[in-house]
Write a protein that binds this ligand. Sequence first.
Ligand code: F3S
Length: 384
Amino acid sequence: MYLTKEEERILEGEFGETLEKAMRILVSLGEIYGASRLIPISSAHISGASYKTIGDAGLLYLSSLSSKVRCRATLNPVGMDRERWREMGISEDFFEKQMRIIECYRKLGVEDICSCTPYYFQRPSFGEHLAWSESNAVIYANSVCGARTNREGAPGALASALIGKTPLYGMHLKEERAPTVTVTVRDELRDEEFGALGYYLGGILRREKPIFRLQKEPTEDEMKKLGAAMAATGAVQIFHIENKTPEASLYPLPDERIEVGREEIKGILEFSDPDVIALGCPHLSEEEIKKIAVLLKGKRVEKDTWICTSREIRERCRKEIEIIERSGAKVICDTCMVVSPLLERYSCALVESGKALNYVPTMCGIDAQMTTIENCIKHAVGEI
Ligand code: F3S
């Protein structure tokens, strides 16, 4: 891989150990994937922020770094709500270590938005190059915004933030973004059915790049649910939707075809008797919070109900959050049901998300079932 004079000097350690380590990571990635050179990025989004997932080893590594990021860099959810951690059953020790992790990132210049929906804060523009980890954010940026990012691991995204560059390969190249399979959806799906569709298709598509032919134009939330689930059960990094997403018309429809409909996904949305309801994977949008407020207005939840969103959306929706919390449901920020220890005391969670359905059993050690937001709330208040 070609390196500029300055990049070579960084690699030789002239600018300190942290940048040397970061450059080594980028050069190794570039060599593995056949990149020709490094290109500048406008932002990085960094996962690997929860003490639950990175542990003491991660904290030790982060403490050893000393430099400043060279582009806008934001942080994924951490292991607890920084204000309401006690209500979540978080121990003092976990709290203290989690705060040290956040402090390490802050010192490097990373913004502690602690959310997996950085696209709600600053929507990437078409053609912009990014280095994002967090698979739902990657697929959203590539597909819905037309920005360009590979699915970085946490060390790769942090290294890119520190250098301000990323290796040129994969999703950064136009020819790598072309669809490889046409997916025709027979029925007019809505809301969480898109998450179920993504959950089903991820396992079939693996690394393919689907282009969808849908019966109706999807909303931004529906595309978020579809992408997050597909990236969780598969390794999909980009999808296109005919007449909707910004790059869909740039390529011919692939000959390889799949047809799918409500029949294939209906089993995914069945549930029986969960003992906790956990919504907000990915973090809920303003529209989703408003919808939940309408559903909960004047009612009381009979089961623990945890709702995850970003601090920013919580601020924007103060009135709705008040309505939701009057019902007894709790709206938490900075974290989620997967990357925190929150669900470990329960045995089966009802979620609205294909991504959570995939990760709750492996990451939290309990069962998970999925249904629509509407049914989650109806179940929480004892109506079904
Ligand atoms: Fe976000 Fe947690 Fe889901 S980080 S995408 S809410 S697993």
